[in-house]
Write a protein that binds this ligand. Sequence first.
Ligand SMILES: [Fe+2]
Length: 148
Amino acid sequence: MKRREAIKLTALATLGMAVSAQACPSKNLCSTDSDKNRILMAPKDAKNLTKAELKHTPLITLGDKDANGYTLVEITVGQAGIIHPSVNGHWIDFISLYVDKKLVGTTELMAEISRGAAAFRVKLDGASFITANAGCNIHGIWVSTIKL
Ligand SMILES: [Fe+2]
């Protein structure tokens, strides 16, 4: 190895160590999907939700239809006055919406500054089902479906 190449490699190695030694400012900013629980969860009895299930199961609410035919679909995570926490290390990190199994969109959420809520405008003409997925980084992906 020539001297110039050795100096270049040493500089790159030093830079790499400096970057990896930086402290993460917030766990949610530095976490990856592999850090998150991605197990699909479902309530044991949809008509009798436990406190943990009320805290995680997405609630789908239909709103008005606009002049162009798009219906407001709101998703909130947390029901019956139980709101899922949004703190560093435990939060709803995404909400996805499907109409008849077709993905409408996904919203990525950050801890502390937002809670588990999202809204979409969707064409529902002829649709049969709406499904919302909400991902809790600790407690898995919770799913709700409503029939139209
Ligand atoms: Fe949770």
